[in-house]
Design a protein around this ligand. Sequence first.
Ligand code: THU
Length: 151
Amino acid sequence: MTENQIPEEIWRLLHEHAVAAMKTAYAPYSNFPVGAAALVDDGRIVTGCNVENASYGVGLCAECGLVSDLARSGGGRLVAFKCVDGLEEAASPCGRCRQLLFEFGGNSLWVEMPEGRMTMDRVLPGGFGPSDLERVYVADAVEDLEYEEQN
Ligand code: THU
């Protein structure tokens, strides 16, 4: 893991945005509001909150809202991320949401976990991502080309 290059001021801003987002959560079933905030590589800050549903299993995590905000507001790569619970303390992203963060931040994304700040390669070791798809697609394309050349 590389040295934490994210200034303290940014972590403070992310905390403030995550707390503000948490206060907008719709979590009447779990009573567990979550707010998430991330710094994008162009300097934007994107946020999300959890939005639950009477059909409990289809509730949306705060990170779902955050990646939607990212796409809707212009895309880019996530650089630093934090989510908070109702106590305004760092929360641990669930397994599914680690996958969402990995898609848009890769191994170098900084994440503030309850146990401290770390990069995504520690939060989701051996993550499955776009390069895994690419490897097979390229091999398939080469195989198709060889087949066409032979026939
Ligand atoms: N939750 C999130 O929003 N993000 C996570 O990474 C963990 C869990 C939400 C889902 C549900 O609305 C509530 O927290 C309790 O599980």
